[in-house]
Design a protein around this ligand. Structure first.
Ligand code: UT7
Length: 323
């Protein structure tokens, strides 16, 4: 049995901080409403000309540094984004070039806010199949570019950023006590398109489009889907909710995090929370939170970590790992 072990984690946030007070000068909202309904206090916004691949490259370099690896050690880059630099080529290829990586292969995956979990599962499966030994998995977004800054129902919720992890194959693992990714579970339901989508695209309209969301409807599905997929991911591993040391959730809304913890019967302190400072960074939110909790020493080697996310599509999924 081959396992994908986490060798390094990295993050990058754009310098510019946008506060709720600033948003309240742009649309009819207030710091009080945003904090009460979402838990968000501020978010980062990419500078003019700063692309998704620029954020991704900085996070990737930090993850490689932590792993003590050069880019040429990589066989594979999987980058999750819904805000690519260009329609094509893949933003992952821009990162490959930026790292000076002359071998291997790179591609994007698109599962919106669940993108990092989908990318992690993809890389894990390439490693388990023996087609890659070392993989860089990135979640990177510039959602500020696809927001309707006149729509108070959405523009207050999202932010920009990137996070990255390096996975390395480890042979000989076989029981749930071993390190690395133990199990992943992925889902989608294309019938929920209209609840969260972008009203543009190269084939549909020939425009980039802007994010549209029926927030209350998305919210209704979130806690149920997330707690179910966490249960599904634990099933058959010999581990239960009580064995989870940290949940690293997609950071959409503090109330969704609290609701999921309650439904799972998990102490709230086990949830890694960054939504207050990052907002919803879509595919970047899970690796950004992971990087923070590894960086400040909360996540320790040997601990059990559950990552979970849900987003447009709908898509949702989870990944269970022993750090
Ligand atoms: O990452 C992908 C997945 N996305 C999510 O998980 C997002 C899920 N949804 C949510 O997080 C929440 O639904 C929101 C934070 C988007 C909204 O919270 P809510 O408690 O569901 O509020 P609501 O949409 O039901 O709106 C309540 C009221 C409405 O006014 P009326 O109709 O009651 O008069 C909205 O027009 O709040 C109003 N409202 C605002 N007021 C001040 C909506 N946005 C704002 C705003 N400031 N920014």
């Amino acid at each position: 049995m081959r396992r994908s072990v986490f060798a390094g984690v990295g993050a990058y946030l754009p310098e510019r901080v946008m506060t709720n007070a600033e948003l309240a000068r742009m649309v009819d909202t207030s710091d009080e409403w945003i904090v009460e309904r979402s838990g968000i206090r501020e978010r980062r916004i990419a500078a003019a000309g700063e692309k998704t691949s620029d954020l991704a490259l900085k996070a990737a370099q930090a993850a490689l540094d932590q792993a003590g690896l050069e880019a040429d050690a990589l066989d594979l880059i999987v980058l999750a984004t819904a805000t690519p630099d260009e329609t094509f080529p893949a933003t992952a290829c821009a990162v490959q070039a930026g790292l000076g990586m002359s071998r291997g292969f790179a591609f994007d995956v698109q599962a919106v806010c669940s993108g990092f979990v989908f990318a992690l599962a993809t890389a894990d499966n390439f490693i388990k199949a023996g087609q890659a030994d070392t993989a860089l998995v990135i979640g990177a977004e510039t959602f500020s570019r696809i927001l309707d800054w006149k729509d108070r129902g959405t523009c207050v919720l999202f932010g920009d950023g990137a996070g990255a992890t390096v996975l390395r194959a480890q042979d000989g693992a076989g029981t749930a006590a071993d390190r690395g990714i133990l199990k992943t579970a992925l889902h989608s339901d294309g019938s929920k398109h209209d609840l969260l989508y972008v009203d543009g695209g190269p084939s549909a309209t020939g425009t980039v489009g802007q994010l549209r969301m029926q927030g209350r409807e998305v919210f209704k599905h979130a806690v149920g889907n997330l707690s179910a997929v966490v249960g599904e991911t634990l099933a058959g591993t010999g581990l239960g909710v009580q064995d989870i040391d940290w949940v690293v959730p997609h950071q959409a809304n503090l109330r969704i995090l609290d609701g999921t913890a309650r439904k799972l019967g998990l102490p709230r302190e086990k949830m890694v929370v960054t939504v207050d400072r990052h907002g919803n960074t879509s595919a970047a939110s899970v690796p950004l939170a992971l990087a923070e909790a590894v960086g400040d020493g909360r996540i320790q080697p040997g601990q059990v970590v559950m990552m979970e996310a849900m987003g447009g599509g709908f898509t949702w999924g989870a990944a269970l790992a022993r750090w």
